[in-house]
Design a protein around this ligand. Structure first.
Ligand code: NDP
Length: 465
């Protein structure tokens, strides 16, 4: 019994995480529901197999661990997590810890934390896919601080590093870590969607071929948009299908899959009354993308839109600026939602530390997140779009976003995330909006009352009904 940590679930993520842990010099004991997988995993671990204890029963796993124990669960979110906790708890001592590292819905993590009572339990969000899990993910922790502190040295050691700083941070109590991970995924949906919209403008509006599109993304990856998502978008656009020799993008069906974390973010935003229109638009766009037959019927009925946009009307520089503006607005919305949740749930979610933890290891890692961390450290109370640095960038780029959205609308190209970003910007820069009309309507039909600009609540209009 000398392994420092245990891990259950040697699937894609669990196996990669176990190798990462062993690689960083920690002895780890592993168990998997299917024993054959455990044996094969151990055999294929090479030099690292010395640090890995394969076990064939949960009892053996528990016996292989140093006390107080810590065991990571890397199984599918939902019932498998509850089942594993139920099977494991009776075998553990009261100060042994279970760590759910899957993509749990944070409400489930809240509930599991409640059920655990004083028994140590952490819910941690792990981002970065298989590659991240193996070589350094971004880790967002939730639970009691003292429980996090017990395993922080391991989680920090295996995490991605930004100039030496570990991308593994305790976010707050209970489901805070899984909540932040969900918002991360919501932002990821919007970031990806905006890139896809700009790709669509290049392909259908500007008539560019895949090679030219790939080159454009590669160029942008050397500028303010430098990020993992822009980098891989360029690589995806450049790839050729080995079977047909056609550009890879041209043989991929235009229906996006989803595992649901972006949808959770959108649903949760409604519960919180948080404004994340670009993220919601991205979730809706994925839903719409799967309606392929109806879209084809729509094109047959209404005819294809007049896509062609003249190059002198819309430059690639304008597209780049529009994407910069869109990205800032999407992150401003995501951080705004985190702030709202922080107030609602009584978490003190650390916005600058969240930007920092996303700088490396996760899918949305980017240079801009480093600047966001700085801006939020200087001004944690401010909406990111008004924080120093970002306000200036928006002043320089919002007209490009406006031009792109306008041209897209005129030429029948759907750009839901970019246009939602722009609508958010325009709403947030309008001191006198139009909800006075809503209030008038509500008072007219429901006597709901309204506040007057010259003072006082609960007034009614002279509707005569
Ligand atoms: P996989 O499907 O690759 O692996 C699932 C693992 O869980 C397998 O070891 C499987 O065991 C085990 N398992 C499945 N059902 C049960 C059960 N009922 N009881 C016990 N063990 C079970 O999943 P991933 O590794 O991709 O994902 C694991 C978690 O990580 C999920 O919550 C996922 O959302 C999250 N995640 C995944 C990312 C990714 O890029 N793949 C990124 C970030 C998070 P067996 O061999 O017996 O089938």
């Amino acid at each position: 019994s000398n392994a420092e940590i245990g891990l259950i679930g040697l699937g894609t993520m669990g196996a990669a995480l176990a190798l990462n842990i062993a690689d960083k010099g920690f002895d780890i004991a592993v168990w998997n529901r299917t024993t054959e997988t455990t044996r094969e995993f151990h055999k294929s671990a090479g030099d690292l197999s010395d640090r890995i204890t394969p076990t064939e029963t949960l009892e053996d796993l528990v016996r292989a661990l140093k006390s107080p124990r810590a065991i990571i669960l890397m199984v599918p979110a939902g019932a498998p997590v509850d089942d594993q906790i139920k099977a494991l708890r009776p075998l553990l001592d009261d100060n042994d810890m279970i760590i759910d590292a899957g993509n749990a819905n944070f409400h489930d993590t809240n509930r599991r934390m409640q059920d655990a009572g004083e028994l140590p339990f952490l819910g941690i969000g792990v981002s970065g896919g298989e590659e991240g899990a193996r070589f350094g993910p971004s880790i967002m922790g939730g639970g009691k601080r003292e429980h996090w502190d017990r395993v922080a040295h391991i989680l920090e050691a295996i995490s991605a590093k930004h100039k030496g700083t570990p991308c593994a941070t305790w976010m707050g109590e209970a489901g805070a870590g899984h909540f932040v991970k969900a918002v991360h995924n919501g932002i990821e949906y919007a970031d990806m969607q905006m890139i896809a919209e700009v790709y669509g403008i290049m392909r259908d509006g500007l008539g560019m071929d895949n090679a030219a599109i790939a080159e454009t993304f590669a160029k942008w990856d050397d500028g303010p948009l430098r990020s993992y998502l822009i980098e891989i978008s360029g690589k995806v656009a450049a790839a050729v299908d080995p079977e047909t020799g056609k550009p890879m993008l041209d043989v991929i069906v235009d229906a996006a899959g989803q595992k649901g974390t972006g949808r959770w973010t959108a649903i949760e935003a409604q519960h919180l009354a948080a404004a994340i229109p670009a993220i919601e638009a991205a979730v809706v766009a994925r839903n719409l993308s799967s309606q392929r037959e109806e879209r084809a019927a729509g094109e047959a009925l209404f005819g294809a839109a007049p896509h062609h946009i003249a190059h002198d009307v819309l430059s690639l520089d304008a597209l780049e600026e529009a994407l910069i503006a869109g990205k800032i607005l999407c992150y401003a919305q995501g951080f705004g939602m985190i702030e709202k949740a922080s107030d609602t749930y009584g978490w003190a979610l650390p916005l600058p530390a969240i930007a920092e933890v996303w700088r490396e290891g996760c899918i949305i890692r980017s240079d801009m997140l480093d600047d966001m961390a700085t801006a939020l450290r200087e001004n944690p109370e401010r909406n990111l779009m008004m924080a120093s640095g970002f306000a200036d960038r928006l002043k320089h780029t919002h007209n490009a976003l406006r031009n792109v959205v306008a041209q897209a609308a005129l030429h029948g190209l759907a750009v839901p995330a970019l246009s939602s970003g722009l609508a958010y910007f325009d709403a947030m820069r309008t001191a006198r909006g139009t909800a006075n009309m809503i209030q008038g309507q509500r008072d007219f039909f429901g006597a709901h009352g309204f506040a007057r600009v010259d003072g006082g609540e609960g007034h009614h209009g002279p509707w005569g009904n």
